[in-house]
Design a protein around this ligand. Structure first.
Ligand SMILES: C[S@@+](CC[C@H](N)C(=O)[O-])C[C@H]1O[C@@H](n2cnc3c(N)ncnc32)[C@H](O)[C@@H]1O
Length: 463
């Protein structure tokens, strides 16, 4: 008798043959949590790779995504609950057990998964991944989580108030809550902070940019709707943008509408005199450079630079097919070009990314307040150099995907204190975008604009 065909080798651990196979969605979500905690993987790269390899059906893929991203975002709240129920510091637990507890607790606290299913499936995973010994602990702790009710009930029990309550309710570390409060500023009602943080915790819509295709045609092709702010934006309700012919050909691309406005700020800035040489000094991977290339007037030469060779390579891809562009590997603080070489310069500076946390669920727990200082030093040096790279009368757009005051207003204010620099107000260039002004600068917000929290400043070199 011939043996039954072997199943293809799989990475997934095997349970006892008498048991039902492990739940593919939950195992995939666990593997994402494990990659993030064990290898500092990026969830937004690891999850799609696992979904491709494992060929989950669309429902399971959607559930795996919800579980992995949700549990990563909610880590602070989940750990606060678990810390009440485990008899030792969470840091002393086997890392895999802690990830499994987070996965189970997330289903109980935030999803409508019946408690018995959340507990039983997590115990099964624990037995397969860690061993029977650990499954007893996981069973006992998750039962207590379930007995305590949902997130709202647990927030009551944890008794937190002020920023701690907001942090637990919106899945942010407290230092980020403070940074957002400061950025929302005095002219915003205090009630705006919680909606802002909740919007930063929601999965973002996919936005497309119509670079070399008519926007209405792109909306029809994609089934999306025109974005409210950028004349090039289409907002998608769902579907895989990578399958769209316009995206495959490079005529359109995925790009947050806020990033589109940041590129348009440079293109719209009022300028007297020659206007033929544009520079994107931190261009990788090329999203804004791609839009600048598409919207520049005829005769404008675009230089796109990045310090990292592999990022510059991505820019080359984004600009393939464009005439009159040049991609260089260069450190913007010590550039190879002569001072005063450009008429317009975009500096989309490296930053904490606190305005784009929606896209990278684990990043909020990786970043620390200590990251800010070195980034501010880098941003300051890059902006100083960008201002030297424009001719007298030329303009620099300083942009970050963060609203943190230190890397936005403070960096722009310090540059504006130079006696050869003046600030150009941003809001008049975006009259159609309400609530964009942050003093003379611009600030987009997820809860106001449905975009990442991009900061924009426009500076002119006067002499
Ligand atoms: C926020 S990203 C730019 C995103 C890009 N503008 C876009 O829209 O796709 C910042 C980039 O700055 C680059 N970078 C960091 N330090 C740099 C430096 N000293 N000089 C030039 N580029 C730098 C990073 O490699 C990264 O690609």
């Amino acid at each position: 008798m011939s043996r039954p065909p072997r199943r293809p080798a799989q990475r997934r651990p095997q349970r006892s043959p008498r048991r039902a196979p492990l739940d593919g969605a939950r195992l995939t979500a666990y593997d994402v949590l494990d990659g993030v905690s064990a290898r500092e993987a990026y969830a937004n790269l690891l999850l799609p790779q696992l979904l491709r390899e494992r060929d989950l059906d669309p429902r399971d893929a959607a559930f795996a995504t919800q579980l992995a991203y949700g549990a990563l975002r909610a880590q602070g709240t989940l750990d606060a609950v678990l810390a009440r129920l485990v008899d030792r510091p969470l840091a002393d637990l086997d890392r895999r057990v802690l990830d499994l507890l987070r996965l189970g607790a997330y289903q109980v606290l935030d999803l409508r998964v019946p408690a018995h299913a959340a507990v039983a499936t997590t115990v099964d995973l624990t037995r397969a991944i860690v061993g029977t010994g650990a499954s007893g602990l996981v069973n006992a702790v998750l039962r207590k989580v379930a007995a305590g009710g949902d997130r709202a009930a647990w927030l009551e029990r944890l008794g937190a108030d002020g920023d701690r309550r907001l942090a637990l309710a919106t899945d942010h570390p407290e230092w980020i809550v403070s940074a957002w409060r400061e950025a929302l500023g005095g002219d915003s009602p205090a009630e705006e902070l919680e909606p802002a943080l909740l919007a930063d915790d929601a999965a973002p819509e996919v936005h497309l940019v119509a670079r070399h295709v008519d926007r209405a045609a792109l909306a029809e092709e994609s089934g999306g709707t025109p974005g409210p702010w950028s004349p090039y934006a289409v907002r998608l309700g769902g579907g895989d943008p990578g399958r769209l012919p316009s995206v495959r050909s490079g005529a359109a691309a995925v790009q947050d509408e806020g990033s589109q406005l940041a590129a348009l700020l440079l293109a719209r800035a009022p300028l007297e005199g020659p206007d033929a040489r544009w520079l994107d000094v931190c261009a990788g991977p090329g999203g804004k450079a791609g839009l600048l290339a598409a919207v520049r007037p005829a005769g404008v030469h675009l230089t796109a630079a990045d310090r990292a060779p592999h990022r510059a390579e991505l820019v080359r891809g984004a600009l393939s097919g464009e005439d009159d562009v040049e991609v260089v590997v260069a450190d913007g603080r010590r550039p190879p070009w002569a001072p005063g070489s450009f008429d317009r310069v975009l500096l989309d500076a490296p930053c904490t990314g606190l305005g784009a946390l929606r896209r990278r669920p684990e990043v909020r727990w990786r970043r620390t307040p200590e990251d800010v200082g070195p980034l501010v030093d880098l941003q300051t040096a890059l902006l100083d150099s960008a201002l030297s790279s424009v001719r007298p009368g030329g303009v620099v757009a300083y942009v970050t995907c963060s609203p943190h005051a230190a890397e936005t207003v403070a960096v722009a204010d310090a540059a504006a204190a130079r006696d050869d620099v003046e600030v150009l107000p941003v809001a008049p260039l975006f009259a159609e975008v309400p609530g964009i002004g942050r003093g003379p600068y611009g600030q987009l917000w997820p809860h106001r604009h449905g975009t990442d929290a991009m900061f924009m400043a426009l500076l002119r070199r006067t002499r």
